[in-house]
Design a protein around this ligand. Structure first.
Ligand code: NCD
Length: 312
């Protein structure tokens, strides 16, 4: 399986074939989590640096586990313990890390375009683990991998994405990837949390009310309100938001009976989703997390291993 790219910066410019290659490779890595010895030698001798300038639980841990399961050496660096707090610029930090000859750098940063900037400067492959509200490609790909375990990923599928679309890099990466595969997407948010002009994108339907977004849908993705990216509160109160947009049992009844419920985490229980729904049999939220490791193994393997572009 070939993936002829140096970096993975977003899903916007991925072709359907590249997406399918990544998903097929990830599916083949899934069984490693079931082995008593969860390690393969694919990236032995390679170095992966996780450079996280924003908080993360799932993404950083799963990139680290993915690298280690491939036998790469994984190093974690977080902004609060780095020289960035001593005034070093991002580019100086990156130049110094490049001088240590890593093969892959995984970057999360609050500024849009940070991963692109770094990728254009260094020889190592770069994976965007979230740049501001722009893209989070591995999250979207692990979401697609999760959907593919339950549904056919193609034009017959309808996905509802409900929540703070405007500030969500997860929504953006999912929109690009899903529509590239011909999947129909409905999005729903308070008008203050909808990106302007979004209704003009092909394959996307904007719904004013969650009831409309959920009607007969196959997949439901709920999103957290990204308060840290809102400079003012974009709705009257958290309680009002939960009452109108939260996924509860009665709203869920509008979706197809076999609809699956997804959430990228971190979840705010009682706000965008009730605990009853989040913990129900139809929720695949923890499967998303398990699939995250396999998907990130595939990305690291295809970028840095025998599979692809790499740092040759
Ligand atoms: C998301 C993120 O950081 O963009 N989390 C994740 O990576 N699983 C979503 C969020 O923070 O709400």
């Amino acid at each position: 399986m070939a993936f002829a790219r140096k970096d993975l910066l977003g899903t916007r410019d991925l072709t359907a074939e590249e997406i399918r290659t990544l998903l097929a490779s990830a599916a083949s890595f899934r069984e490693i989590a079931e082995r008593p010895l969860k390690k393969v030698p694919a990236l032995r001798g390679k170095t992966v640096v996780n450079l996280f300038f924003e908080p993360s639980t799932r993404t950083r841990t799963s990139f680290e586990i993915a690298a280690k399961r491939l036998s790469a050496d994984a190093v974690n660096m977080s902004a609060s313990t780095s020289s960035l707090v001593k005034g070093e610029s991002l580019l100086d930090t990156v130049d110094n890390i490049q001088a240590m000859a890593p093969d892959i750098i995984v970057v999360r940063h609050r500024h849009v375009g940070a991963a692109h900037l770094i990728a254009g400067r260094i020889k190592a492959s770069v994976v965007n683990a979230g740049d501001g509200a722009n893209e989070h490609p591995t999250q979207a790909l692990l979401d697609l991998l999760t959907i593919s375990q339950h549904k056919e990923l193609g034009p017959g599928l309808e996905v509802a994405i409900i929540g703070d679309i405007a500030h969500s890099r997860v929504a953006r990466s999912n929109l690009w990837a899903l529509t590239t595969l011909g999947v129909k997407v409905r999005i729903c948010a308070p008008p203050t949390m909808l990106p302007r002009g979004i209704e003009k994108l092909a394959g996307i339907r904007v719904c004013r009310r969650p009831e409309e977004a959920l009607e007969g849908v196959d997949v439901i993705m709920m999103l957290r309100i990204q308060l840290e990216r809102q400079d003012k509160l974009l709705f009257p109160s958290v309680r009002d938001y939960a009452a109108v947009f939260g996924l509860n049992r009665s709203r869920l009844a509008r979706a197809r009976p076999d609809a699956i419920i997804m959430h990228p985490g971190p979840m705010n229980r009682g706000v965008e989703i009730t605990s009853e729904v989040a913990d129900s049999e139809r929720a695949v939220i923890l499967n998303q997390v398990s699939n995250g490791v396999a998907l990130r193994m595939a990305v690291l393997f295809l970028l840095g291993g025998q599979g692809g572009g790499g740092n040759e």
